[in-house]
Design a binder for this molecule. Structure first.
Ligand code: ADP
Ligand code: GN1
Ligand code: MG
Length: 369
């Protein structure tokens, strides 16, 4: 867990949690933050659950800006959900304040912590078990874009500068190759070549955003399937979570990152690359759901570029895993020595498969125009 239980309890008790804290357990499979489930007894027959998170301060350098974004976006969403007759306690994240006021706790060791209400009666999934779940996640991520359409984008802090700037990611990758800190370059020559053969691709979306061909929008930027809670009863995507990277971006980032993760027939860290491919049924389902969820807000150009969004988000993610591998695995949590390299290889195998299926992907997308 990284920290002693007694320390976690002390931190949890800084927040306005209700009832008696009964248990505290590691939770979820995110690559960035440390997440814990708090169970509190509020009455003999009733518990209240919360999520305690240590935000990764190596990754997020400006906790004030980050929490300002989260507070701004969650209160904006809660208001809209209330107006639409929804339940703001379940359909949006709710930040639990500190007892003394404030949205997060800063520990003496420089780590910073926050608490959310636990979204009850819902689950997040690490793999697509049922195609309909993937479809529902698409509707919900699309709807999230729609809800934030009129959010004042200029008020958002860039929590990770150039997060989906693929040109910048490519530059950082080249620097990592050049520095070769861990002496790993010789081992990954094929992967380096794979990236360099696609150097021009890395410019496509950045150039279109810069020229205004596609609009800059408020986007989530990290739309993995496990960043959405699906309702146990209705199966609908009830709440979009993991809002740390909500920033001005592109709808293609949100769409593309979901395809990268969820339409892959294998897992993100699969070692057997023969299991990796882009499932066109899932691709089609997600495309349909996302366009529906966006409720007409996507431009025709954006829709036509969806396959490119999927390919570039996958390529970029592979480049990021490879960069981290070359730099000594300090960004993503790893659970085995070559974890980042395995992750990189699945992403590149997925890119290759998309390239092979390019005309089919385009036809599918055009069928929804
Ligand atoms: P990371 O950035 O590390 O991915 P997340 O914010 O996505 O962190 O949290 C990790 C996991 O914890 C999620 O995938 C989800 O399963 C669970 N989780 C996070 N927030 C909540 C919440 N408010 N209610 C229920 N589960 C949550
Ligand atoms: C990280 O935090 P998590 O696990 O939802 C990463 C994403 C990557 C993803 C790859 C802030 O997402 O950008 O696409 O891992 N988040 C951050 O699985 O870097
Ligand atoms: Mg997450």
């Amino acid at each position: 867990m990284g920290k002693e239980k007694s320390e976690l309890i002390r931190i949890a008790e800084q927040f306005e949690i209700e009832g008696e804290l009964e248990s505290i357990d590691a939770h979820g499979n995110g690559h960035i933050n440390d997440t814990f489930l708090l169970t509190c007894r509020v009455a003999p027959e009733r518990v209240r659950k919360y999520i305690l998170q240590r935000m990764n301060h190596e990754v997020f350098k400006d906790p004030d800006g980050l929490m300002e974004n989260v507070m701004g976006v969650t209160s904006f969403l809660q208001k809209k959900i209330r107006e639409n007759g929804g339940d703001p306690e379940r359909e949006a994240l709710n930040v639990i304040p500190l007892r003394g006021g404030g949205s997060y706790w800063k520990e003496g060791d420089g780590t910073f912590w926050r608490v959310y209400l636990f979204v009850e009666g819902a689950d997040s999934f690490d793999v697509v078990k049922r195609p309909e779940d993937f479809y529902e996640s698409a509707v919900a991520f699309g709807h999230f874009q729609k809800l934030l359409e009129d959010y004042p984008a200029e008020s958002l802090h860039e929590t990770i500068p150039n997060f989906h700037n693929t040109i910048d990611r490519l530059e950082k990758f080249k620097e990592a190759v050049e520095a070769d800190l861990m002496h790993r370059v010789a081992e990954v020559e094929a992967e380096i070549r794979f990236v360099m053969e696609r150097e021009e691709d890395c410019h496509i979306l950045c150039d279109m955003l810069a020229s205004g061909e596609i609009p800059l929008r408020v986007s989530h930027n990290d739309t993995k399937l496990n960043n959405i809670m699906l309702d146990h009863e209705t199966g609908k995507g009830i709440c979009v979570i993991d809002l740390d990277t909500v920033m001005p971006g592109s709808a293609l980032y949100d769409y593309g990152d979901s395809i990268r993760f969820g339409a892959n027939t294998g897992e993100e860290d699969e070692k057997d690359l023969s299991k990796i491919s882009c499932d066109l049924e899932l691709f089609s389902l997600y495309t349909k759901g996302f366009i529906e969820g966006c409720e007409g807000s996507l431009t025709e150009k954006e829709i036509r570029m969806l396959p490119m969004g999927a390919k570039l988000m996958t390529l970029e993610c592979g480049i990021r895993f490879l960069t981290d591998y070359l730099e000594g695995d300090h960004y993503y949590k790893i659970h085995r020595p070559e974890h980042n390299l395995d992750r990189c290889r699945t992403q590149f195998a997925m890119v290759k498969d998309m390239e092979d299926k390019w005309s089919q992907m385009q036809e599918i997308v055009e069928s929804y125009l």
